[in-house]
Design a protein. Sequence first.
Lengths: 261, 285, 333
Amino acid sequence: MKHKKLKNIFIGLVLFFLYLPIIVLVVYSFNTSKMNIVFEGFTFDWYKNLFNNRDLIEAFINTLIIAVTSTVVSTIIGTLGAVGLNKYDFKFKSFINLLIYIPIVIPEIVLGISLLSIYTLTKIELGMFTLILSHIAFSIPFVIVSVRSTLSSTLKTYEEAAKDLGANSMNTFFKVTLPQMMPGVISGAILAFTLSLDDVVISYFTSGPGSNTLPLKIYSMIKTGISPDVNALSTLMLLATMIILTTSAIIQSRKIVGGTK
Amino acid sequence: MKKGDRFFKFITLSPIVIYTSLLILLPLIYIFFLSFCKNDSYGGIIYDFTLSNYIAIFDITYLNIFVKSSLIAFIATFICICISYPFALILRERSENLQNLMTKLIMIPFLTNSLIRTYGWIVLLRKNGIVNSILITSGLIENPLSLMYNNLGIIIGMSYTLLPFMVLPVCSSVFKIDNTLIEAARDLGAKPWAIFKKIIIPETISGVFNGSLMVFIPAIGYFFISDILGGGKAMIIGNLIKNQFLTARNWPFGSAISIFLIIITFFLVWIYRKLGGKLDDLGGM
Amino acid sequence: MKYIKLLIIIVSLILVTGCNRSSDYDGVLNVLNWSSYIPDSVIHDFEEEYNIKVNYGTYSSNEELLAKVTSSKEGTYDLVFPSDYMVELMKEKNIIMKLDKDKILNYYNIDDTFLHQSYDPYNEYSLPFLSTVVVIAVNEANITDNITGYNDLLMSKYKNNIVILDDQRIVIGMSLMALGYDMNETDPKALKEAEEWLIKLKQNIKAYDSDSPKTFFITDEVDIGIMWSAEAILARDENPNINIIYPSEGHAISMDNYVILKGSKNVDNAYLFIDYLLRDDVSKKIIAEYPYISPNKSIYNTISLDDIFNKGYYVENIGSNIKEYDKLWADIK
């Protein structure tokens, strides 16, 4: 069984590689020394600093506003679009279908600079509005792909049945289609939300005065020197991610238990 | 078509049509147009047709950057494959619960901010960082290794940041391989290597190519990783485009490079589809 | 439906808090400045004193500043801090306003030595904020050679041991000075030589960094740095072994200025901010955190002003030759 041991070691190593930088950040967020070199002593000071850092808090609020707004809008447009593209035929349908994949495949920087060029051309002031617009631009395709995966052929028969029973398109959509698609809509929304929270490249090009986001703020903090504030912040963000993931896992397992009853 | 139905069609399709035309098509057409313009020395755009921006791409200076950047991205992609493929093959033999747990465990770091993860590597890879300290105290080396502020640092950062994009598609394609197929082959006396070559590789090639696309393409554009871990020394294509737009003020040239990148991307996607890959799988993380 | 309700609640909550934020203030001011130049506390004090919200963005080179300003709609930014040659260029491009000095009461705090520079002889458009020179910083705990100028840095034993400003005009200008040319030379032959010189230096460069080169000293990553004087002083504060050297071939000087952009929607707030930064106590706070050379009369500059202005060279505008510089820069990086 030496073979199996070796395999386990490999899996362990991969996980170690993945978590190493994160563990390091967490450990050093409690270090009294500013230099991140030797662990000198235990402190909560960097966390205290964090809550006194007005710019960071402002960037955090901006990030949330952008993420929530762009997620809501892109989820609505993406869901409607996925349904429409699935249901109807029209002249440029296949062309639009191809265009949708462009933000997924092309390098983010290309999307970033092309959006910046358009904002400059149309003289739209860079700021929260352009950031939200840009985040919507790269999120919609992910929502569409995610929703589309739940639009199966059985759904079509249900829809037709509903129609035969006299329901109009609106009713069919809300009573039959939407509940079926919900898992796809939710995972699309979550994906859009995380992409927006983490985006550096596109935000870098499309932000303006007063619209600093958390990733942009972190970027400038890293560039202007070492500050354990960044460690503290990342620990908190990691904690938040873990809490969200565990709760969603618990909710999911409850649902499964509830379903079998 | 009934009236209500027509209204519904309008409601579902008009936002998406407006979105694709204003936020995808229009910006791309505009940079395509820009790429044929001239620029004045102050960064202004002169609307005058020229091919010089495309000719400039083939200047040895920029070709060098293209080659180096592609090489870095290629190595990062290769490292990701070397990690993900065995990982998926090993997990394939394990229970479904473990598979789910593992994919979740891989997603967690991916959900924290990518800059923060990159920052973690600084602490590890610095001259007197953790890796060098461990190696020196254990007596393996005498002088610290240069692990960052060079191409190695960028490659480590890229492979790390983009690994989940490889692991997920590779795992999903490897987990999907039909066990009966392998058993049948084994019963017929096929050697493990033959099974690997004749069944596993063809069944998973599109998954691997999917992952490679999702690693390679960002890896030529993620300027922040080369800025942080490369010490601003190594320019990748992302830095080059960024510089044209944010320092050199040569938007037409920056646009030409972008168009060039789009063409390369489309070519790679075309190969992916030839290999039997579905476009929808590219966005399903 | 539950999800949708939840989403609506979250969105409205965030929008409410978001709207509240900006209405707390009487006005706004959109500033773009070099990174690590004004302490956060100075900005926050201003916000509290005048109840004006300062949206503060940063850049790391003059070129980046110009790109940010010209690629955004007129009126996006109010107050920016370009260096000497960039003031001249912005003046030519007609994107900055004439200053109304009656609105800057603390104008008289400025030392005359800093006024009437060649790029804006009557200070119609600009007033000096801070000045700096490019110096060589050497950690003498590890380097015992006597380094006096740029040419000493080419020695192969300094491999991977130098941090240098990520600023093409400064770095190319430095190589030209090392070769005995003018800092702003555009002759192709000279540029070719500069390229060769820089390629030799490249072996020794560990990183290009304008934002915080001091970090490389503090973490012991390098022993030599070509950097702004204040960064070198800050590094020396952390490590007394660091010696600051004025290169024998000549040094670049850079004077950063207050400039108000045309189309600014918050001109009065911009004047208030300039006036505030020119106050003696505020200038002292800035210098305490970022020890650059202040034009404020009340501040004693440790560096002799004579040295700065007589032996230093400004970066000058070179018109369309900038394209050659761009290419050279891409070549050596």
